[in-house]
Design a protein around this ligand. Structure first.
Ligand SMILES: NC(=O)c1ccc[n+]([C@@H]2O[C@H](COP(=O)([O-])OP(=O)(O)OC[C@H]3O[C@@H](n4cnc5c(N)ncnc54)[C@H](O)[C@@H]3O)[C@@H](O)[C@H]2O)c1
Length: 446
């Protein structure tokens, strides 16, 4: 099939590359000329494990190409995917659909023969109908259908997620469009991926409902963690005990500093706004949004409390800036709230992140360091904020030597309290009793 992917970002580029790997002829279009120039030159503008190899192999095979010329690409396409950003609209919290409707108008101007226009961007229920109206108004003569095909991949494991999804959801009315969508995803039939055909509105809502449910799970365990701290028990045990129940499941039950990233914050808010506009307020989602918003400043206070409540003149060594490991994406990362709050309280923050520092420097005032250990020199506390693998196996003797005082605040529960105690650290984590150093047990410097 000849496919056009509009938007070559985290979703568009991964989807385009993987669809070309399925054997389709894919052209990725982006309005950002620098992004297209980079891709044409073989450079990947985002960090996503495994993406470079898939792009290179399929570009070499002639199945994947990049262009800023949307018109020529769309004219020949059998399916045109819209994978542009749908950020929070400034001022009111609804999803900003400016890019989606711009793409719809651009598509309308250039439609050739029968084409399925597929919304892959996360869009509020009813957007597919509006996209159809925009195209129909511009091109009453055009032969097209509009389908919804929300994307569920996760940054950091996006390639695997696209190749082996739990399900493919397609919302469209007619059999003609269904057949095109079935053909696009045919390679997934080999591993028996469930393909769920629904109405367009259902598909649109499935995406928001799924993200809101996952965000709720995270927020639920975060609140349990707060309770665990009060009653002196361990949230990891509680989460494990809950997660072994197959009706609950163990995933998304890791307590932490609150969810962030390019999807959960904006999608929970957009779903809440839709529900309010429809007069069917989703109170659980409302609570999730509010509880999560309050959690970031609470994390900054937790760090301050570990230092005796006073941050003026203190240096905080911070590991991890991106919202999760294996991505360079800084959108709505908890660090964007926590770092300024620490600075506001008078702290100096020295940070390191394996992939996020270029973006982080654009978004906040933070001193970035060459590596993890570089942040710690003479710092008053080490804060673990993102669970990159390289932070899971720090040389704890060296950490103890570099820090001014042996204090760690672990907002991801990467380490075991007993181990920290044995190495002579005071250790504060999430939903577990804080530990003081045990000097008699302290491991001697190697
Ligand atoms: N990032 C994720 O993990 C993820 C997962 C599932 C779904 N989604 C959804 O997918 C959509 C895209 O997200 P993303 O993270 O890939 O965004 P992104 O910002 O990384 O990429 C969007 C790209 O679209 C381009 N663009 C915008 N308007 C355009 C236009 N009119 N013509 C051509 N190009 C245009 C931008 O230049 C940008 O490169 C969003 O709706 C998001 O909610 C994202």
């Amino acid at each position: 099939m000849r496919i056009v992917m509009i938007g070559a970002g985290y979703v568009g580029l991964v989807s385009g590359a993987c669809l070309s790997e399925f054997g389709h002829e894919v052209v990725c279009v982006d309005k950002d000329p620098a992004r297209i120039a980079a891709l044409q030159g073989g450079r990947i503008p985002i960090f996503e494990p495994g993406l470079e190899a898939v792009v290179a192999a399929n570009a070499k095979a002639g199945r994947l190409s990049f262009t800023a010329d949307l018109a020529a690409a769309v004219r020949k396409a059998e399916a045109v995917f819209i994978a542009v950003g749908t950020p929070t609209r400034r001022g009111d919290g609804h999803a900003d659909l400016t890019h989606v409707f711009q793409a719809a108008r651009d598509i309308a101007d250039n439609l050739g023969g029968y084409t399925v226009v597929v919304t892959k961007s996360t869009v509020p229920v009813g957007t597919g109908r509006e996209v159809q109206e925009v195209i129909r108004a511009a091109r009453p003569d055009a032969d097209f259908d509009v389908a919804s095909n929300p994307e569920f991949l996760r940054e950091g494991s996006a390639i695997e997620d696209f190749r082996r999804p739990d399900r493919v959801v397609v919302g469209c009315g007619g059999e003609r469009a269904r057949e095109v969508m079935r053909e696009i995803y045919r390679p997934l039939f080999i591993n028996e991926t469930p393909m769920l055909f629904t109405g367009r509105e259902s598909a649109e809502l499935i995406k928001y409902a799924s993200n809101a449910f996952l965000a709720t799970k995270i927020t639920f365990i975060n609140e349990m963690a707060d309770l665990c701290e009060k009653v002196g028990t361990d949230v990891k045990d509680v989460a494990r005990g809950m997660g072994l129940d197959k009706r609950i499941g163990a995933k998304f039950l890791q307590a932490g500093p609150g969810f962030g990233g390019s999807c959960f914050p904006k999608d929970t808010l957009a779903l809440l706004k839709t529900s309010q506009a429809q007069g069917a307020v989703t109170r659980i989602v409302e609570a999730v949004v509010n509880v999560n918003d309050a959690r970031k400043p609470a994390m900054a206070r937790k760090i301050a409390d570990a230092l005796g409540g006073e941050l003026a003149g203190k240096t905080v060594a911070l590991l991890g800036l991106t919202f999760k490991p294996n991505t360079d994406d800084m959108r709505d990362a908890p660090s964007l709230d926590i770092v300024p709050a620490l600075r506001q309280m008078g702290a100096t923050v020295r940070a390191y992140d394996p992939e996020g520092m270029v973006q982080a420097r654009r978004l906040m005032d933070v001193e970035t360091c060459d590596d993890a250990y570089d942040t710690m020199k003479d710092a008053d506390v080490l804060v673990l904020l993102t669970e990159w693998n390289e932070f899971r196996a720090l040389n704890l003797v060296k950490v103890g030597e570099l820090l001014k005082q042996k204090l760690i605040v672990d907002l991801r529960n990467i380490y075991a309290p007993a181990q920290m105690q044995a190495y002579g650290f005071a250790y504060v984590s999430i939903g577990r009793p804080a530990v003081r150093p045990a000097p008699a047990l302290a491991v001697a410097a190697e």
